[in-house]
Write a protein that binds this ligand. Sequence first.
Ligand SMILES: *[C@@H]1O[C@H](CO)[C@@H](O)[C@H](O)[C@H]1NC(C)=O
Ligand SMILES: *[C@@H]1O[C@H](CO)[C@@H](O)[C@H](O)[C@H]1NC(C)=O
Ligand SMILES: *[C@@H]1O[C@H](CO)[C@@H](O)[C@H](O)[C@H]1NC(C)=O
Ligand SMILES: *[C@@H]1O[C@H](CO)[C@@H](O)[C@H](O)[C@H]1NC(C)=O
Ligand SMILES: *[C@@H]1O[C@H](CO)[C@@H](O)[C@H](O)[C@H]1NC(C)=O
Ligand SMILES: *[C@@H]1O[C@H](CO)[C@@H](O)[C@H](O)[C@H]1NC(C)=O
Ligand SMILES: *[C@@H]1O[C@H](CO)[C@@H](O)[C@H](O)[C@H]1NC(C)=O
Ligand SMILES: *[C@@H]1O[C@H](CO)[C@@H](O)[C@H](O)[C@H]1NC(C)=O
Ligand SMILES: *[C@@H]1O[C@H](CO)[C@@H](O)[C@H](O)[C@H]1NC(C)=O
Ligand SMILES: *[C@@H]1O[C@H](CO)[C@@H](O)[C@H](O)[C@H]1NC(C)=O
Ligand SMILES: *[C@@H]1O[C@H](CO)[C@@H](O)[C@H](O)[C@H]1NC(C)=O
Ligand SMILES: *[C@@H]1O[C@H](CO)[C@@H](O)[C@H](O)[C@H]1NC(C)=O
Length: 695
Amino acid sequence: MKGVFPISFMLSCFLLLLDSSTALPLCLHSERPFTLNTTIGFCPYNGSTCCHSTEDEGIQKQFQLMNASDPGCASILKSILCARCDPFSAELFTVQSTPRSVPVLCNSTIPGNSSQSKAAVQDFCSEVWDTCQAVSIINSPFSPSLQGQAGGTPGNNANATKLTELWQSKTDFCNAFGGASNSESVCFEGEPVELNNTRTPMNTPHGLCLEKVGDGSYLNMVAHPDGSNRAFFSSQMGKVWLATIPDEGSGGQLELDVSSPFVDLTDQVYSDTQLGMMGMAFHPNFTNNGRFFASFNCDKDQWSGCNGVCSCNSNVDCDPSKMGNENGVQPCQYQAVIAEYTANGTASPPSSLSAKPVEVRRIFTMGLPFISQHGGQILFGPNDGYLYFMMGDGGGSGDPYNFAQNKKSLLGKIMRLDINNIPSASEISKLGLWGSYSIPKDNAFSEDKDLQPEIWALGLRNPWRCSFDSERPSYFFCADAGQDLYEEVDLITKGGNYGWRVYEGPYLFTPTESPGGNTSLNSINPILPISGYNHSEVNKNEESASVTGGYVYRSRTDPCMYGRYLYTDLYAGAIWTAIEDPQNSGNFSTTRIPFCCAHDSPIQCDSVPGSSLPALGYIFSFGEDNNKDVYILASTGVYRVARPSRCSYTCSLEKATTTPPSSPSPSHSSCCSNFFSGYLFLHLSSFLLLYIDFV
Ligand SMILES: *[C@@H]1O[C@H](CO)[C@@H](O)[C@H](O)[C@H]1NC(C)=O
Ligand SMILES: *[C@@H]1O[C@H](CO)[C@@H](O)[C@H](O)[C@H]1NC(C)=O
Ligand SMILES: *[C@@H]1O[C@H](CO)[C@@H](O)[C@H](O)[C@H]1NC(C)=O
Ligand SMILES: *[C@@H]1O[C@H](CO)[C@@H](O)[C@H](O)[C@H]1NC(C)=O
Ligand SMILES: *[C@@H]1O[C@H](CO)[C@@H](O)[C@H](O)[C@H]1NC(C)=O
Ligand SMILES: *[C@@H]1O[C@H](CO)[C@@H](O)[C@H](O)[C@H]1NC(C)=O
Ligand SMILES: *[C@@H]1O[C@H](CO)[C@@H](O)[C@H](O)[C@H]1NC(C)=O
Ligand SMILES: *[C@@H]1O[C@H](CO)[C@@H](O)[C@H](O)[C@H]1NC(C)=O
Ligand SMILES: *[C@@H]1O[C@H](CO)[C@@H](O)[C@H](O)[C@H]1NC(C)=O
Ligand SMILES: *[C@@H]1O[C@H](CO)[C@@H](O)[C@H](O)[C@H]1NC(C)=O
Ligand SMILES: *[C@@H]1O[C@H](CO)[C@@H](O)[C@H](O)[C@H]1NC(C)=O
Ligand SMILES: *[C@@H]1O[C@H](CO)[C@@H](O)[C@H](O)[C@H]1NC(C)=O
């Protein structure tokens, strides 16, 4: 059923998400586990772990001080303390956002015969109780007073206590520390958490079927937060429209009146090939508070509001006067802005059809060193309600000033800002903030003091389209445009360093110019991409290639695409899907898939000359509506992922109950073949070309 969902439904979904657990391997403070090439001394974690040798030694010391005399209990105690090194420790030691001193102890046996030998007899929580109940433990991690402290932080109780002195019964104990493993969470069974390696049966899609629903060229599409079948579309020049989306297969087109935009920001926005309105975001509570945000570029010579501090400054050991100009442009002539607007007016926000281009508040302004690679997308985190802001390295070939690795610079970073708690003007200047926002306490600087407090992740070149998986919001995907060789997709985690420009994707990178110095290979521990492609795979001459990130497909329209992350290349007319395999592993397998235009597409697609392949032009971005249908935003128009049968692709999961298309099918020969389009066929119309990758 489509249509306008009641707002209460929407809000309850929002609240449910707040409690959803993480499934991705993550360490206690949300960092990514790392791989050790040695076995640490005490805890039995080699390979992927959350403990360096210092933490391992600390755990050993803590264990020895506990002085558990019984060998059986000591062994269990050791395994419990060492669970902090488990690559799933974030999940083991956090239950509904509350940290705990002891991992979730499995209190039921896993169904089936997988762990017959031990667990089938007794669950692990009972085993802990039975083995340790009468054993004295100094600074016991099982003390009720330690609830709310992650990782068994030593208490100050030097007295030895037995479990029976702390808890009335096994039931009490296991109610406090027990829990079960399910598809979304894991529990601890005394050994490193093992993933369920059973592969999910894959309904491999034969191809991606597209229907063209609109003609315009947009950089952004954001579903209306009221849950209805409407979405906002914005152009690079700075206009935003509110459009009604037709049902899939209805033959309808986007209802969008070009002459009456929702808001027109073209007076503030400076647009050029690589500059313009790059992102927009609507407050999760937009239907009540009317708050929305635009991320755009401005020219300080043209607008007095374009008055940010230059990102090349002495704090980051950068001297703008020594900086080379790019195309005759002075450093920081162009700036990156996030501005807040309101849809409050005569009508309440859900029904308002326009907003005034009057800035309510400036969230962020920063001068850009060059004219390219400055990301600009903004997104609200579905779990935390913070505003994520993607920022590229600021341009120049090979990040000459090494901004992306500079922890004091905000270039080449993903930032995370709290726009719900706005500090006073004096606080903003005291803290040296770039605008009106506050810093979430658990940003990455809480683990690495060298990082600027705005930073969530670093080492990015030009994050061009990021998204949270709507069903598993701990999966935060960003495509990061590469330099000469490799286009990558990353899974973003707190404090994660994605390697640029020590690495370009999985390959070491050598800069041609390095006035800003280098970062040594050994000083970083980069997180490798989960997916990507060489330029040579899409372009014989290794010329331009630039990744455009998409979404994890969560619509039922094409059931064979369900759960797959979709992405594309700006130029190449190629589409890939990446699926996590096995589940919860953080490993993805990638396939390039053919695509084609539905026989009965509401607007007929242009074809690559001499073939039936659709010519999409440049693919700027993706969008997702409230039905979780996914859209491709291309220079030639807006395309929705449609039912596979409409392109004669077989997908056995697709229900055969759908009614035949109402509109007459244009005469097409066999629409979709299984070979790939390696062409870029340009439909030359009046759009601004966005060179994300340009130097
Ligand atoms: C781990 O591997 C890296 C790279 O292969 C190597 O440089 C380093 O010395 C190794 N560390 C140890 C402790 O073996
Ligand atoms: C990790 O430890 C296990 C058991 O101690 C051992 O079988 C395995 O070979 C080790 N792996 C590595 C990479 O050292
Ligand atoms: C540790 O336990 C042993 C035997 O149970 C006992 O003799 C010793 O005093 C204990 N050490 C401490 C520091 O409590
Ligand atoms: C569990 O093992 C028993 C005996 O080995 C076998 O008969 C039974 O079918 C198994 N159950 C499952 C669910 O595999
Ligand atoms: C340890 O036990 C003694 C005697 O029972 C008691 O007086 C003391 O307060 C306890 N210490 C702590 C830190 O609980
Ligand atoms: C396991 O622990 C959870 C959390 O306390 C509890 O809700 C559940 O009932 C327990 N299950 C069993 C079998 O004890
Ligand atoms: C592993 O996953 C498969 C498929 O999702 C499921 O059927 C099976 O029960 C799981 N096994 C365990 C031990 O969790
Ligand atoms: C949304 O706004 C309403 C009205 O201002 C407020 O009562 C409610 O708590 C807000 N909800 C959230 C999730 O912030
Ligand atoms: C919009 O209206 C809501 C509800 O009346 C109010 O809480 C909010 O502060 C207003 N926002 C702005 C930016 O004026
Ligand atoms: C940085 O590394 C490059 C390539 O290894 C080298 O040519 C250059 O001299 C280095 N620059 C500095 C400032 O060390
Ligand atoms: C990608 O490029 C690298 C470096 O040139 C090369 O080693 C690798 O084989 C290439 N991979 C593919 C799949 O073309
Ligand atoms: C993920 O992939 C890496 C590299 O191929 C492999 O070493 C690792 O075992 C995989 N992890 C899982 C959980 O499958």
